[in-house]
Design a binder for this molecule. Structure first.
Ligand code: HEM
Length: 473
């Protein structure tokens, strides 16, 4: 009896040991390049998804000198991102050089904690969160910007083919401007929003992964041109910040105004403010512009979906401007916006995190120093959780009673303490735009040929420029 108990105990301890120590699977890596040479540079998310099908939902891959752990399973990803050990961002040469560990998005944990708290408080004061007493004022601010764009569309685009990126960009810029600096920037200041291009170069650039390239003249030039672009953007921001306007007439405070009130504290200096503004223009504009373009293209491609959205909008709003309160009853419209975010995941390889101490999740040991790549694309396109994932079907976000719901395996904003800070801003700005445009315009393709819905991968997956027709109803 005692022998059996001892044998079982030893077996149990051995199983526990081996489960904990399970090394991560992954492809074979070359010494200097790692696996970089095998990733499709145009669609690395697709190459990484194929590897997940072969090696499983958590695997190890070398990107040049960087040790990355790719996670393609929603439950494991949520558990990993919930840990304090994964709060940091990886140290990447280009990012560190350009962003200097300031601002918010690319900062290390200490500064991040303080600035995230400050921004969460700012968003609440400005009315952006659901619980804020200023919520109606914020909605009014967005609606005012939207009305201006709708007027332009009504006067300029009736039946004439246009690239929608122009007015979508104008819309996003105008909200970001008012929210951050209290007034709209002039045309020549627009490079203030060129941050996303810099982000694409800095995030994906080979200098991050292959240190030996940094001595070659061609790459030295790449680095200096990235720095120059950032400096140009910063120059314009400096001007905007120094001319910022105090609370708009409707009483919504702006970021510069609230930051200035903290300036007795050493972290709250002009340099940090500039980096913060840069980060927020970058994280605000690009996701909203890109997501809205995807939605317009999918609506133009799938007319039956567009008609159903419009029918629901007309029933709920009775022809009036659609408000956020209406969204409690706009289930199909919400489902259509969500389905577009699933089928064209904005950040297919997510935003990376770093691991400060070795962690063990679901038997997978993720070592200290690794870079975590949340493979959101694989999660959103997994046929085991989303039936026929290649098909555009808003209905998958509706329950049996036709009510909107978000399945667990839908994660466009990532998760954990560092998840997207702009989820609510994005949802308000996008929902009001889509609803009011679809209510007022029929969105059509130029002819019966299908649109190109493949996209181009940068930091985000951007649709290829295409022309649509907006017919006033
Ligand atoms: C459809 C729209 C958007 C999507 C899909 C999206 C997605 C994401 C994702 C995947 C992350 C990475 C989270 C992580 O590291 O765990 C992120 C971070 C972030 N997003 Fe968004 N985003 C969107 C819109 C916005 C908007 C409008 C803002 C407004 C300012 C914003 C602000 C941020 C910020 C500040 C971070 C960094 C958070 C941090 O490091 O603590 N996002 N977003």
């Amino acid at each position: 009896m005692i022998v059996t108990i001892c044998a079982l105990l030893i077996l149990f301890l051995l199983m526990k040991f081996f489960r904990a120590k399970k090394t991560l699977p992954g492809p074979w890596n070359l010494p200097i390049l790692g696996y970089l040479h095998k990733l499709d540079p145009k669609s690395p998310h697709l190459s990484l998804t194929k590897l997940a099908q072969k090696y499983g939902p958590v695997y190890n891959i070398k990107l040049g000198s960087i040790n990355a752990v790719v996670i393609a399973d929603v439950k494991i990803l949520k558990k990993v991102l919930a840990k304090d050990e994964t709060l940091g961002r990886p140290s990447l040469f280009m990012i560190d050089t350009v962003f200097e560990n300031k601002g918010l998005v690319f900062t290390s944990v200490d500064l991040w904690k303080d600035q995230r708290k400050f921004l969460a408080n700012f968003f609440k004061t400005a009315g952006i969160t659901k619980v804020s007493p200023n919520r109606k004022k914020w909605e009014m601010l967005v609606t005012n910007q939207l009305e201006k764009i709708l007027q332009v569309m009504k006067s300029q685009t009736h039946g004439v083919p246009v690239n929608p990126s122009e007015f979508v960009t104008q819309y996003a810029n105008s909200i970001a401007d008012v929210l951050l600096v209290g007034k709209q920037s002039s045309q020549e200041d627009k490079t203030v929003t060129g941050g996303e291009k810099v982000a694409s170069v800095t995030f994906r650039g080979p200098l991050n992964f292959m240190p030996f390239l940094r001595v070659l003249p061609y790459f030295k030039k790449t680095l200096s041109s990235a720095k120059q672009s950032v400096n140009k953007v910063r120059q314009n921001q400096r001007k905007l910040i120094t001319d910022y306007e105090k609370s708009s007439k409707d009483g919504v405070p702006n970021l510069v105004e609230m930051f200035q009130q903290q300036m007795s504290h050493p972290i709250y200096n002009f340099d940090q403010l500039q980096h913060l503004i840069y980060d927020l223009f970058m994280t605000f504009n690009e996701p909203i512009i890109t997501s809205l373009l995807w939605i317009l293209l999918f609506l133009a491609q799938y007319h039956e979906v567009q008609d159903k959205v419009r029918q629901e909008l007309l029933e709920v709003s009775r022809g009036e401007t659609v408000t956020m309160d209406d969204f409690a009853n706009l289930h199909y419209t919400r489902a259509t916006i969500a389905e577009t975010a699933r089928i064209r995941t904005l950040a297919p390889t997510g935003l990376p995190h770093s691991v400060s101490e070795t962690i063990c999740v679901e038997g997978f040991t993720i070592p200290k120093g690794a870079m975590i790549l949340p493979l959101l694309w694989a999660i959103h396109m997994d046929p085991n959780v989303h039936e026929k994932p290649e098909e555009f079907r808003p209905g998958r976000f509706l329950d049996d009673e036709g009510k909107f719901f978000e399945p667990e395996s839908f994660l466009p904003f990532q998760s954990g303490k560092r998840m997207c800070l702009g989820k609510e801003i994005a949802q308000t700005a996008m929902s009001l735009f889509v609803a009011n445009v679809v209510k007022d315009f029929k969105i059509e393709r130029l002819d019966s040929s299908a649109l190109d819905l493949t996209g181009v991968y940068g930091v985000v997956l951007v649709p290829k420029p295409q022309t649509l027709i907006f017919k006033k109803i």
